[in-house]
Write a new protein. Structure first.
Length: 83
């Protein structure tokens, strides 16, 4: 367990938790579940320690056997929103 300092955005308390993470790497999106991270109890900001983000990138680069591949809807939102 890592001891986190206070949240650098809102000053809230950061506690250890297991989180779901949307991880963008070299233009691709990966989702990791049950990642140990610090989570701000006030604003929800997530903090990863270096060891964990290195392991995430190692798994991506090692083409780790993925548990699942999902489709994600994508929309290019360039039109003016009607009022
Ligand atoms: Zn915060």
């Amino acid at each position: 367990m890592h001891k986190f300092g206070d949240c650098s955005f809102c000053g809230g308390e950061v506690q250890n938790d297991l989180v779901e993470l949307d991880y963008r790497y070299k233009g691709n999106l990966y989702i990791f579940k049950e990642v140990p991270a610090g989570v701000c109890q006030q604003c929800g900001e997530k903090y990863l320690i270096g060891k964990v983000s290195r392991e995430i990138e190692r798994r991506i680069n090692a083409r780790e056997k993925w548990n699942k591949t999902i489709n994600v809807p994508l929309n290019i939102f360039s039109e003016v929103v009607p009022t």
